[in-house]
Design a protein around this ligand. Structure first.
Ligand code: PGA
Length: 254
């Protein structure tokens, strides 16, 4: 087991799956498998509409609730959007900058930076997603690409609060093509070094997670790496027994 001064984190990103009844059922099952798991920080991010109705279940559990996205503004004429203000009493974390939001909803690093600021000023931990598309990976330019994302999102943020960063190579997402753990470790190590050069946040407590086709068979290949501080799980988090196994393995083996 690696020597770490903090515990690993596992985040479930349900994406646009599960109506309320299915979400409640899944939460109850996940808790029955892994609510007792120690030494692992556990966060579930259901669709926004399910956050408040599920809140009471989470209050009596060892899991935290998170959002999958938030709007960067406090309130206003933004049809269909949800502000941090509306969720801040129910969530501890919010994923921002997921590649699906960047690609489908045209979110830029600038917008993601504003979202991070809005979260931090409301004491919610941002889970900032970064990661390169396939063509950048093939050209061996991943480090440069990710450093640019980190710089554009974080260089204007003044904070002492915790942030989480999820490295999710876009080509690895979708439960088909998990990235090589040694490659991920290399990228995350370089990104951590780069982060320490971004002046306003260089002393901030941060964790770097990996996301992309993580399942119960490969999770420890990632979390046993020295610099990978946890995982962000999509498809496999929709299956209670599979997600439970992921949580328990991290709990037992780091
Ligand atoms: P996946 O999704 O685990 O299904 O690859 C991960 C993510 O998109 O966060």
């Amino acid at each position: 087991m690696k020597n770490k001064s903090y515990i690993s984190t596992v985040i479930a990103n349900w994406k646009m799956h599960n109506d309320f009844n299915a979400a409640l059922d899944l939460v109850i099952k996940i808790f029955s498998y892994s609510n007792m798991a120690k030494n692992v920080e556990k966060i579930i991010c259901p669709p926004a509409v399910n956050i408040i109705p599920l809140y009471d279940q989470f209050k009596n559990s060892t899991f935290s609730l998170g959002a999958q996205n938030i709007n960067e503004n406090n309130e206003g004429t933004y049809t269909g959007e949800i502000s941090v203000n509306m969720l801040k009493n129910y969530i501890t974390h919010a994923i921002i900058g997921h590649s699906e939001r960047r690609e489908i909803f045209n979110e830029s690093n600038y917008t993601i930076s504003l979202k991070a600021k809005a979260l931090l000023s409301n004491k919610i931990v941002p889970v900032i997603c970064v990661g390169e598309p396939l063509e950048i990976y093939k050209k061996n330019r991943s480090v440069e690409f990710i450093n640019n994302q980190l710089f554009e999102i974080l260089s204007k943020i003044q904070t002492n609060s915790e942030i989480l960063i999820a490295y999710e190579p876009i080509w690895s997402i979708g439960n088909k093509n998990p990235a090589d753990p040694v490659y991920v470790e290399k990228i995350i190590t370089k990104s951590k070094d780069f982060l320490s050069t971004i002046r306003p946040i260089r002393n901030v407590n941060h964790k770097f997670l990996y996301g992309g086709s993580v399942n119960s068979k490969n999770v420890l290949d990632y979390t046993k790496q020295q610099n990978i501080d946890g995982v962000l799980v999509g498809s496999a988090s929709l299956d209670a027994s599979e997600f439970g196994k992921i949580v328990l393995q991290i709990s037992n083996n780091g």
